[in-house]
Ligand binder design. Structure first.
Ligand code: EPU
Length: 347
């Protein structure tokens, strides 16, 4: 257990914040000990993976658990389906690369997403037509209420768009330890995302390796590398609005994009990047924080930004988008401590 640890290198935004207590968790025994320590002193606990989806708004007064359990193992292979278990501390992109190298297919669309395996189920990471939840079979967690290890089947994880039970009812009570994936030996690829299909147009046959390479190329051309420019990926979720409202807005903004979302009622998902760009924010700066010039959904630290710079920028964008389109943006990045009243609403 270390004290007064600088967290700047542990969050990809590169924001300055300190942890009163900091523990590198490389085993369940270490985790149990750190949680007992926190409980004995009634300290809050913050679970940190790759730190790629978090906005640390201030110093953390409790115990930061830096999850570093390691290991990837094949559990079963029937020639069609391969079951693979990965520990929470594995780097996500390295895990995707390992799977591809072994001929375990299905995760190539999720290449180059920053963060750790343990963070993947929490917000159900997704990109280029695939969400992690579609490939997850079960998740092993530490249950803080019963002080024991338990398994949760994917069907009980409540996976949705950037959502799961781990962001909601299990937020404070379950800590992800291991994730089991169901992958395929067959080389079937998912080209449902039009930008990906376009990038691979004319290539036959399209292999999982080609998809992996194309996703890496697209991401490198559009998204900033956190090692060079601090950021936490998409800062906001793409808002889902009633189809009727989308039609109304299209009468005023003829080129407003949107994709129908399957479900009981007619809903449309609108790219937040388009709303932010049309509200005039793309490439703009406020203090040391700014909106990335090539992708308006990404807020960046131009160097020396403090959390308040990012908060001010996010709130100014949210206010403008709400005023111009009547749509409330919801941050995708987790604010620590949480900010009340930031739920997605359409006004
Ligand atoms: N667009 C703009 N301006 C921009 C960028 C995009 O108007 O600056 C519009 C365009 O109409 C474009 C559309 O937004 O066609 C979609 O853009 P893009 O394909 O870049 O995807 P996105 O909706 O902005 C989402 C995810 C990304 C993921 C990509 C690809 C969310 C919150 N973000 O972004 O995820 O990589 O799709 O699947 O759903 C992340 O979560 O950190 C992340 C990067």
């Amino acid at each position: 257990m270390q004290q007064h640890v600088d967290l700047q290198a542990f969050n990809t935004f590169g924001l300055p914040a300190r942890a009163r207590w900091f523990c590198v968790v490389d085993s369940v025994v270490t985790l149990e000990g750190a949680l007992q320590f926190a409980r004995a002193q009634t300290l809050p606990v913050l679970v940190l993976g790759g730190g790629s989806n978090v906005l640390l708004r201030e110093d953390f007064p409790g115990v930061v658990l830096h999850m570093q359990l390691r290991g990837v193992q094949q559990l079963a292979d029937d020639g069609d389906t391969v079951r693979v278990q990965a520990a929470c501390g594995e780097n996500w992109h390295d895990f995707v690369s390992t799977c591809l190298a072994h001929g375990w297919h299905g995760l190539e669309n999720l290449a180059l997403i920053p963060g750790s395996v343990g963070a993947a189920p929490i917000q159900n990471i997704g990109a280029y037509g695939v969400e992690a939840g579609e490939r997850i079979e079960s998740v092993q967690v530490w249950n803080r209420e019963t002080a024991s290890v338990e398994w949760i089947a994917a069907a009980d994880c409540g996976f949705g768009y950037r959502d799961s039970v781990f962001k909601r009812q299990y937020r404070d009570s379950r800590i992800i330890l291991q994730v089991v994936f169901r992958l395929q030996r067959s080389a079937t690829v998912n080209l449902s995302y039009s930008a990906l299909a376009q990038a691979l147009a004319g290539q036959e046959p399209v292999t999982p390796q080609a998809v992996f390479d194309a996703v890496c190329r697209i991401r490198r051309s559009r998204l900033p590398d956190p090692a060079q420019l601090g950021n936490a990926g998409s800062f906001f979720k793409n808002p889902v609005i009633p189809a009727a409202l989308h039609r109304q807005l299209q009468q005023r903004f003829g080129d407003m994009p949107g994709h129908a979302v399957a479900g009981a009622e007619p809903l449309v998902k609108v790219p937040a990047a388009w709303l932010i760009e049309r509200a005039g924010w793309k490439g703009r700066r406020l203090g040391h924080a700014g909106v990335y010039e090539k992708q308006a959904l990404v807020l960046v630290n131009h160097g020396g930004a403090r959390a308040q710079d990012v908060v001010d920028l996010a709130q100014a964008i949210m206010a403008d988008v709400r005023q111009k389109f009547g749509i409330a943006l919801e941050p995708e990045v987790q604010w620590v401590p949480a900010q009340q009243g930031l739920d997605s609403r359409v006004c």
